[in-house]
Ligand binder design. Sequence first.
Ligand SMILES: [Zn+2]
Ligand SMILES: [Zn+2]
Length: 349
Amino acid sequence: MSSDSQYTFQGWAARDNDDYKGSLKLQSFDPKPWDEDDVDVRIMYCGICGSDVHVLSGAFFPVSAMAPLICGHELVGEVIRVGSQVENGLEVGTIVGVGAVSNSCRECEYCVEECEVFCKKRTTTYAGVFHRGNGAGYKTKGGYASHWRGPSAFAYPIPAGYDPACAAPMMCAGITVFSALRRFGAGVTAKQVGVIGIGVTTISRGEAKRQEAAKLGSSNYIAVSDDVATSVKGCERTLDLVICCTGGSYTDYLKLLKPRGTFVQAAIGTSPVPISNISLITGGLTIVGALADGKAEYKDMFDFAAKHNIKPWINRWDMKDINKALPAFTNGEAKYRMVLVNTENGGSL
Ligand SMILES: [Zn+2]
Ligand SMILES: [Zn+2]
C-alpha cells in the first residue's frame, strides 16, 4: 500500500523462475519514494515484450533475487500526479508512455545527446535500481501493474489522437525498429529491406502472417521453418538491410544480404551466435546491434507515426488474464504484439 497517495499500487509479481507460466500474483507494493521530478501514472496498457519473458524465466538472474519482480516496459497511461520539478511539459491528465529505460545520470555525454540508453548509470524500468534522489536504492517495478511512479523525464507524451493502446508497443518494439530503420538508411541508402520477426520483405515463421504482411505493405514474404538454411534458398543476396527482431541464431539469415549489406540485431537472445568469418569478409557484410537511443528518438518516432498514421497491429488482453496471456505468448500464439489492458483505469479491450 502506498503511504503517500490516494491510490494503491498493485502489480502482477513473479517470485520464481517458473511463475511466468501462469502463476504471477497480484499484490500491492510500495512505489519508489517520491521525488519532485516524478510523476504517478495510472496504467491503461502495457505491451508484452520478449525481454520480459527472458527476465521472468530467469535467463539473466534468478527471479527470486529481484522478487517481487513486476515486468513490463511498454506501459502507457494517464498522469495523475506531478511533482514541482516535473519535466517534458507533463500535467495531470497527460497520456504518456514509458519504455525500457526510466532514469539515467543526466550528465554524461550520452545523456547530453539524449541517448540515455548508453548511460552507464541508466536504470531499467523493471529489475533495475534507481540511483538518484529519495528513490536511490529502490528496485524498479514495471508496467504489469495498476500504477507506475518514476522520473517525468522518461515519461513521453503520446500525441493527441494517437490510440494509446497502439502507443504501448511503440515504447520498446516500435522504437527499436524505427531506430534501426532510420540509422541504417532504410528507403534511402538501403532500398531492399527485410524484417525478421514481423520493410519491404517480411521474414517470419511459417505461412501464418503472409497475408497480413501484404496488408501492411510488405511486398515480399519469406516463410521460414526451423531449417532456416533451406527456407532462405532462392532469396540469397536480395536485401541491403535485414533487421532481426528475434533472439535466436541468425547465421543463415546473413545469406539474404547483398554484398556490403547490413544485418541489424535488434532483439536480445541468450545464446552465442556462430558467424562464418569467410562469409562476413567475402560479402563485405556489417553486423551491428541496435536499440532505441532515448528521449530524442521517442519524440521523432511519435511525430513520424502520428504524421503518417502508422500504428502497430495488436492483440488486446485483459491484464487480469495475464496468467493466460504470458503462456500464450511463450507458445507462439501471439499473432501481433500482445497488449495488456487495465479496463478499470480507462483501457479499452
Ligand atoms: Zn522490450
Ligand atoms: Zn548518463
